[in-house]
Design a protein around this ligand. Sequence first.
Ligand SMILES: [Fe+2]
Length: 387
Amino acid sequence: MQFGMHMAGKVFFGKGQSAKVKDLTEGLGAKRVVLVTDKTMQELGIAERIASYVRQGGALVWIFDEVEPEPSVETTDKAAELARENRCDLVVGLGGGSSMDVAKAVSVLVTNEGSAAKYQGLGLVKNPGVPKIMIPTTAGTGSEVTFTAVLIRKSDGVKGGINDDKLYPDYSLLDPELTVTMPPSVTASTGMDALAHALEAYTSRQASPFSDMFAEEAMVRIGRWIRVATWNGDNMEAREEMMLAAFFGGVALANAGVGACHALAYPLGGMFGVPHGVANALLLPYVVRFNSIAFPEKYARAAELLSGVSYEDWSLYEAAGSCSEVIEEMVLDLELPDTLDKLQVGIKEEHFEEMAKKAMGVSRPMENNPRKMTIDDCVRIYEEAME
Ligand SMILES: [Fe+2]
């Protein structure tokens, strides 16, 4: 056995913890802060609330609210320009994975020249960034505890991550109260993204006892609470449990990586603009069906954790095989699209070859996948998922 373990800086969890940004701003001695967020957070008044905490901490704030659902290199460069021009010494990311990814990238672009595109890859960032604080408002992406910022290059539609230790947030404030604003569809899709992180980390070739512990705790919570959080969004216990699950899923992912589902989901986002969580929720049952015979112990255990049912009397392969069905049921209950056809974004069979090639190019998740996947397997999974 061999493994490392990584954690983001400091994490504070609980209702109202986002107000801590005041003390952190003060403690860091920050004077010029850029707050990276999106239009929804502006409209809800949450961006202004966080900005006022920062001001109370003794700093000036510039709000950049142009982050789009699948953030681009171009948008990131624009945010970085704002931060550079104003010589910002702290970056706050507020929102879902998109805003946090852009914020993480901006923090290193203040201290490293050129476009974000220059740093897409692994370990290409030279200088440490300015400090960064993440405040998630969804429970899913895990971006608040990972070292990745995924950005689309508009020029060729390819999604690429800036992956570098220097992107780990210094502080993450996990305030479940902020997730109450999420509509059911977003609660569902981001929650399923968290499940994809937990399950893919759990079955990854890099899984360790450390990442397994977090993945298991995430799956138990998602299986129990994702439906309640989606359809009874005011239920604070459900919101807390989902936020905790997303955090644990993020830790599992940061330590063991993700697998083929994420790789296959990338072109759906890059080529057709399908939101990350929606793409992963849709593909996960198909990928799990493909994978489960290669690692039956883990998939059987995952089925138990997600359903709360003991499969003790079942054969190992029967139990493992049921994992995809348990997930399918979740997708149906959450009223998320379960076929590529239902996405209605113009995906056709003739696209599968190109999509498969792009998915195979997402090499690290593909290498982590428990069952080796060929380009033909990718096409076959897209075909199965079509209708
Ligand atoms: Fe994800």
